[in-house]
Write a protein that binds this ligand. Structure first.
Ligand code: IMP
Ligand code: MG
Length: 186
């Protein structure tokens, strides 16, 4: 499916590519200041966070190696469940490191809650969380969100890494779909 085709399904653009870039740069500046030249390890969960991580990491003025995990969360419909399974783990030892999780979106908080718990077992020095989008209204589990790009109302959005049934991840902007069915995948 070509991008020219998927744009036909888009109702309207919610956040433009330019707005995304501007906000990611602002958040990265803030993160760079807050860590005060300490080294961090960027951790992202595949696949949704990849677009955000790519731009965000380039805007940081810190030494920021990165590593990836693949998670699956079980759930039905548009909500993730209470549990995650680690499909692919980090290759980096997080012990004593300042871990910064870079996320695309936090919805119920279930995925992040379990990810943080999982990472804490290996005794990192710190674990902090940065997300491009947050839907605070939908929260079921409390997670400490340290930096947020955009607060989003209770809407299903796609683009910039976010998918609907694995589609639309490669849209360079954030959109609402003309139709939304009851489905959502990491
Ligand atoms: P949580 O465990 O409910 O916080 O789920 C987070 C995951 O749900 C994200 O990593 C996304 O994969 C997915 N998700 C939540 N809201 C949206 C959305 O509006 N669009 C696309 N994916 C979403
Ligand atoms: Mg995600």
């Amino acid at each position: 499916m070509q991008i020219a085709d998927i744009r036909d399904d888009i109702d309207y653009e919610l956040i433009s590519h330019e707005e995304l870039m501007k906000r990611i740069r602002e958040v990265a500046d803030q993160v760079s200041k807050d860590y005060e030249n300490r080294d961090i390890l960027l951790v992202a969960a595949l696949k949704g966070a990849v677009n955000t991580l790519a731009v965000f990491s380039q805007e940081l003025s810190l030494n920021a190696p990165m590593d990836f995990m693949s998670l699956s969360s079980y759930g039905s419909g548009t909500k993730s469940s209470g549990q995650i399974t680690v499909r692919e783990d980090l290759t980096t030892d997080v012990r004593g490191r300042n871990v910064l999780i870079v996320e695309d979106i936090i919805d119920t908080g279930n995925t992040l809650y379990h990810l943080i718990e999982y990472l804490q077992k290996d005794n990192p020095k710190s674990v902090k969380l940065c997300t491009l989008f947050d839907k605070p209204e939908r929260r079921e589990k409390e997670v400490p969100v340290d930096w947020v790009g955009f607060d989003i109302p209770n809407k299903f959005i796609v683009g910039y890494g976010l998918d609907y049934a694995q589609r639309y991840r490669n849209l360079p902007y954030i959109a609402e779909l003309a139709f939304v069915e009851d489905e959502n995948e990491n």
